[in-house]
Ligand binder design. Structure first.
Ligand code: ATP
Ligand code: MG
Length: 153
């Protein structure tokens, strides 16, 4: 079972797309582990996007993520990292597959609605950056065995 960090960025929140995007993750069978509606500090934004420091879009990216509240979440499931990135679609909405969030709701790379961890190591780092251990909820759903081939006890 993998866990991944998902951010519904300020444009998704401002445009009233929280419910629509969560619905896609729930419908897919992924299980929510944590959620926090919050304003992002400059410090957290810089830590989260440290890998992009120095790039041409960095300043705009920081301004974008701190401009308005975000919904930060953790989701889990088998291959959750790849599954969530597929549901969100390619970074550039014009390159994202039809049916993905970024294709269906977006046009520009600088307003691409969501963030999702891109690999196992970044997922672990990002979950720890945004959430403390006691905010992560271990739970089971009655239908888990009809979505997950192997269900943990
Ligand atoms: N050329 C660009 N111009 C403007 N913003 C960009 C550009 N490239 C990336 N970004 C922004 O920076 C974010 C991080 O870029 P990254 O390459 O990590 O894409 P990603 O992994 O698909 O997106 P995310 O990390 O947000 O899930 C993008 O989601 C987008 O908001
Ligand atoms: Mg990324």
């Amino acid at each position: 079972m993998e866990r991944t960090l998902v951010l519904l960025k300020p444009d998704a929140v401002q445009r009233g797309l929280i419910g629509s995007i969560i619905k896609r993750l729930e419908d897919r069978g992924l299980r929510i582990v944590a959620a926090k509606f919050m304003k992002v500090s400059q410090d957290l934004a810089e830590q989260h996007y440290a890998v992009h420091k120095g790039k041409s879009f960095y300043t705009g990216l920081i301004e974008y993520i701190i401009a308005s509240p975000v919904l930060a979440m953790v989701w889990e499931g088998p291959a959750a990292i790849a599954a969530v990135r597929q549901t969100m679609g390619a970074t550039r909405p014009t390159e994202a597959s039809p049916g993905s969030v970024r294709h269906d709701y977006g046009l520009e790379v600088g307003r691409n609605l969501t963030h999702a961890s891109d690999g196992p190591e970044t997922a672990i780092q990002e979950v720890a950056l945004w959430f403390s251990d006691n905010e992560l909820v271990d739970w089971q759903r009655d239908f888990d065995r009809w979505v997950f081939e192997t269900v943990d006890d």
